[in-house]
Design a protein around this ligand. Structure first.
Ligand SMILES: Nc1ncnc2c1ncn2[C@@H]1O[C@H](COP(=O)(O)OP(=O)(O)OP(=O)(O)O)[C@@H](O)[C@H]1O
Ligand SMILES: [Mg+2]
Length: 316
């Protein structure tokens, strides 16, 4: 299958900073590729190269088979970009911003107006459409930005940290929109700093750090590297710690760790383990002060990945 977009060995330097140090990315048609990485990892740089806004110093990238440098014009007709920072005009209304973009894409007059109206409705901005963007909340701006990237009905869309700074309800709206785009056959590249977001949306994830891909795989494959979820138990009475340790060992098959006094943690494969823990604690009559199932945090993912010196590769 041909890739919707592909980057091979991308290198980008800014003076002495190597922002990208040989990055490979692949977007399979109709899927979401999550690019997960901390601040300064190189996410925006990679997106800008794939969007023809920046030339690589090495390597190559294509969209729909067209080279982003040599065929930049054709690439631009295939893509939509929502940048990390709002790109709409503050003094224009939502409606005017969308119509302006439509006109730039050669949809003038009634056609552009119809597309703008349709997108405002889709992003729940119909009522705000006549107001200048400077009166919008952060979430409304983000939604208008997303709408703006869809005016030209792109085949490939890049979303650079689309939910950073949004409250949970607005974040859920963006997630729903991404899922809808994919059902319509659009290929999405989504950058994020949140493991949870990549997990919720991405079919495959490339983890980047210091301009290199340090791991690639499906969310399940990556979690496997990191060790799935963790059960945390703090018995009310510290005397019960050894009994709790026995129960956790029996369920997880490994010896629990004690990150702080009176607390035990153990990695588990799935959330079913929590039910077993609850039942066995109850059966043993052990009251608890704290009982939780948590995902590895992004910190733990990175620690686990970068703690090794070789590049972590997951077979696809
Ligand atoms: N125009 C520029 N001039 C100089 N250095 C730059 C420029 N743009 C990016 N960099 C540097 O390149 C590296 C990668 O930056 P990039 O913006 O791609 O990271 P990012 O993963 O998008 O980070 P964030 O999560 O903070 O958005 C960083 O060290 C950054 O300081
Ligand atoms: Mg960025």
């Amino acid at each position: 299958m041909t890739a919707a977009f592909q980057a091979e060995g991308l290198v980008k330097r800014y003076g002495k900073t190597t922002a990208l140090d040989g990055v490979d990315l692949i977007g399979r048609p109709g899927t979401v590729l999550g690019v997960l990485g901390p601040n300064g990892a190189g996410k925006t740089t990679a997106v800008r190269i794939l969007a023809t806004l920046l030339r690589p110093d090495g390597g190559r990238a294509t969209v729909g088979g067209f080279d982003v440098v040599k065929d930049a014009e054709r690439v631009r007709r295939l893509i939509g970009l929502t940048g990390q920072y709002a790109s709409v005009d503050e003094d224009l209304t939502g409606m005017q911003n969308l119509q302006l973009i439509a006109a730039l894409l050669d949809h003038r007059g009634a056609e552009g107006r119809a597309r703008a109206v349709e997108l405002l409705a889709q992003f729940d901005l119909t009522d705000a459409g006549g107001r200048p963007v400077k009166t919008y909340s952060g979430g409304m701006r983000r939604r208008l930005d997303l709408a703006a990237s869809l005016v030209g009905r792109p085949d490939v869309i890049y979303l650079d940290e689309p939910t950073t700074g949004l409250d949970p309800a607005k974040r859920d709206d963006v997630w729903a929109m991404v899922r809808r785009l994919v059902t319509e056959g659009v290929t999405v590249l989504l950058t994020t700093q949140y493991l949870e977001e990549a997990d919720a949306l991405a079919d495959e994830i490339s983890v980047i750090d210091h301009g290199r891909v340090i791991a690639h795989g499906t969310p399940a494959q990556l979690k496997h590297i990191v060790g799935g979820q963790t059960v945390v138990v703090r018995p009310l009475d510290p005397e019960h710690v050894p009994a709790v340790a026995d129960i956790l060992h029996g369920i997880a098959g490994v010896t629990p760790e004690s990150p702080s006094r009176g607390v035990l943690t153990v990695p588990v494969d799935g959330d079913a383990a929590l039910g077993h823990v609850v039942r066995q604690l109850a059966a043993a009559g052990i009251p608890v002060l704290e009982l939780a199932l948590r995902l590895p945090s992004l910190d733990e993912v990175f620690f686990s990945l970068t703690g090794r010196h070789e590049v972590a590769e997951v077979a696809a």
